[in-house]
Design a protein around this ligand. Sequence first.
Ligand SMILES: Cc1cc2nc3c(=O)[nH]c(=O)nc-3n(C[C@H](O)[C@H](O)[C@H](O)COP(=O)(O)OP(=O)(O)OC[C@H]3O[C@@H](n4cnc5c(N)ncnc54)[C@H](O)[C@@H]3O)c2cc1C
Length: 393
Amino acid sequence: MASRDRTQVGIIGAGPAGLLLARLLEVHGVDSVILEARTRDYVEARIRAGVLEQGTVDLLEEAGVAERLHREGLVHDGVEIAANGRRLRIDFRELTGKTVTVYGQTEVTRDLIAARLAGGGPIVFEADDVAIHDIETDRPRLSYRVAGEDRSLVCDFVAGCDGFHGIGRPSLPASLRRTVDRTYPFGWLGILADVPPCSDELIYASHPRGFALASMRSPTRSRYYVQCGLDDKIEAWPDARIWDELRLRLGSEPAPDITTGPSIEKSIAPLRSFVSTPMQHGRLFLAGDAAHIVPPTGAKGLNLAASDVHYLCRALLAHYAKGNDDKLRAYSDTALARVWKAERFSWWMTTLLHRLHPEGSFEAQMQRAELDYLASSRAAQTALAENYVGLPF
Ligand SMILES: Cc1cc2nc3c(=O)[nH]c(=O)nc-3n(C[C@H](O)[C@H](O)[C@H](O)COP(=O)(O)OP(=O)(O)OC[C@H]3O[C@@H](n4cnc5c(N)ncnc54)[C@H](O)[C@@H]3O)c2cc1C
């Protein structure tokens, strides 16, 4: 593909945020170029999130990439919470009229890349040393190197969709940036296996041995997690130990029937809550993990990236179609209003379900009381359901 030196929106990062933004802009006639540090194979193979809110599905429809999602995605009407020896079903459809769709982030990414390339939209993979210049002018510029050649891309706007470790966030002036951060004293050990899931719906388990989650990617591929120590090494967790631990932690009434098999992926991830404000300065706008991180307990990371992109796309379209910059000016505040609520929910789900405090402590007793309240109150179940299926955009 010939190199480009001018575009309307320069996008850094071909994760879900960058790819979805590019595709939505393209559908609405706005030009963009994506610069991605990694190879296409690497980006398409990354195993991460799997639960899509209805609002995210709607955006993927608008982007014209929902055909396979509707064919292969699993619509879930609820989840189960296993705690104190019993299982409680939270019925999303009954409580909120909404559902979620289980469809892997890898599949979302593949669909978006395929649509982008089929439409002729450029993605520059293996772009090294990407740097952002002149964001306080109306002609910001991206410099980068690809295959040893230095290049430059002049833009109207820059979207930093380059995740937590990207260069977008540090390119905002340090004097303006404020961050809040919480790291949790445990991690999640995840295992992916080509075995049928143990349940039709996700099971979140709070057990004296620690949290566990039974999830899935398809009717033949399961994704399980167990709470583990931050210093745990993957070598200390052979597959057999993980399956044994899952049986114990998920073993409430009725106990799920777990089919075991060799892992095809296994990893340990730390859990953190993180928000950096503001999400814009001059002509640089951040979206997704570049600006905020949630612990995965509430399944919000990918969905928050999608809602940021929704707000940013609407703001850019108002600029190009009507010359109106009100939404661009308000972007950070608009996006953050939803981000903070998702942060709250993810923190709440995490502290509700994980083992954080010694048995018998005040905090452990509060956790038990909260779970009892959830089991007995339709209002509490509705609050969980409303947040899990996604607050309105
Ligand atoms: C291990 C792991 C497991 C997760 N599990 C879950 C889960 O179960 N549920 C859930 O909801 N969420 C989960 N998440 C979170 C979810 O995957 C993210 O919220 C989501 O990927 C955010 O999308 P994004 O596009 O903002 O960022 P990313 O997906 O991080 O994409 C950023 C892209 O930018 C590229 N990039 C970075 N720096 C540069 C640079 N300097 N130049 C050019 N390109 C660059 C990266 O290569 C990447 O492709 C998980 C995250 C991780 C890391």
